[in-house]
Design a protein around this ligand. Structure first.
Ligand SMILES: Cc1cc2nc3c(=O)[nH]c(=O)nc-3n(C[C@H](O)[C@H](O)[C@H](O)COP(=O)(O)OP(=O)(O)OC[C@H]3O[C@@H](n4cnc5c(N)ncnc54)[C@H](O)[C@@H]3O)c2cc1C
Length: 280
């Protein structure tokens, strides 16, 4: 299939994008095109105007000031995977990035595109919720920050208004907690059947954020008893998983337990190529 006809505009400033989206509410921003172009080819999306944001240099940055990681919307998945400071300070993002699609997709697809697309099986929406990030949104009145926990409304739906765009995300440093990640997919490069980010606060409490098992990522508190690894599964089984699809509950628990094991490996400085097998 070929897309329906559209007008192409190349933006060099965010202000242009916001104005053009205001002028054409059925217009669409294009970043990496890895999700939008297939939708357009199948004519499931038919924007009258396609606004290419790849020329907005200000959206292409990674900065870490010791307490917050500031990611521009145009950062590609592979750039997150390869960034040395992210590997050091936010290793869980490195591992998660490596699980997104294939090389070609990771080299073109962007953080902002993934967050705006809000596929419930995607890694970045869950990562942002798990790490309590804020998403920077720009519209006519200016930039406002939305906690990731309030940004995703359901399947492919966010709080973004038609004349707003994502300009970046701000991820706070994780302090003393150990963060782990695991996912399972049918084949390398596929979206996850189920995945989880977990936070072990090392004080008997923790949080699990699943993806691929419900309509949106949610950060759920879990008691992690001091006996640790031996009782993790028991603790996870006690959670009430109302939003998790019935046929995925067992898988969700298994994957969260693997993510907890990964968090222990990260904590023991074992992180790297040996991080838990994601696809099996
Ligand atoms: C075969 C295949 C496998 C994949 N596997 C995975 C996977 O395992 N995990 C995963 O997470 N993803 C996967 N993806 C999706 C990929 O990660 C996309 O890159 C991502 O979902 C969208 O990013 P993009 O930059 O390509 O956005 P685009 O396709 O350009 O845009 C997607 C949507 O976001 C909007 N948008 C883009 N940027 C912005 C912005 N800054 N502000 C507001 N709206 C914006 C667009 O208007 C559009 O609605 C896969 C894709 C393919 C084709």
């Amino acid at each position: 299939m070929k897309p329906a006809t559209f007008e192409y505009r190349k933006a060099t400033t965010v202000a242009d994008v916001v104005q053009w989206l205001k002028d054409a509410p059925d217009g669409k921003v294009i970043a990496g095109g890895q999700s939008l172009v297939p939708l357009m080819n199948f004519r499931l999306a038919r924007p009258s105007v396609l606004i290419d944001i790849n020329g907005i240099r200000a959206l292409h940055h990674v900065e870490y000031d010791g307490s917050t990681l500031d990611l521009g919307a145009l950062i590609h998945h592979q750039e997150i995977a390869d960034h040395p400071e992210i590997q050091k300070k936010f290793p869980v993002l490195t591992v998660a990035a490596r699980h997104i699609g294939h090389w070609a997709i990771r080299n073109r697809g962007t953080l902002g595109g993934s967050l705006a697309h809000a596929d419930p099986a995607s890694e970045w929406p869950a990562a942002m919720v798990a790490l309590q990030a804020e998403i920077d949104v720009q519209g006519s009145p200016g930039v406002h920050r939305v906690p990731a926990s309030e940004f995703f409304l359901g399947y492919y739906t966010t709080v973004l208004e038609p004349d707003e765009m994502i300009v970046g995300a701000r991820v706070p440093a994780t302090g003393a907690s150990r963060i782990g990640f695991a996912e399972v997919a049918r084949r390398t490069g596929d979206f996850a059947l189920a995945g989880a980010f977990v936070e072990d606060c090392l004080d008997g409490t923790g949080f699990v954020t699943w993806f691929g098992v419900s309509d949106k990522p949610q950060r759920i508190a879990v008691a992690l008893p001091p006996a640790r690894e031996t009782s993790w599964r028991e603790a996870l089984e006690q959670l009430t998983l109302n939003d998790v699809a019935e046929d995925k509950i067992a898988l969700a628990i298994e994957i969260a337990e693997r993510a907890l094991k990964h968090s222990a490996l990260v904590g023991a400085a074992y992180f790297g190529a040996h991080a838990i097998r994601g696809r099996d």
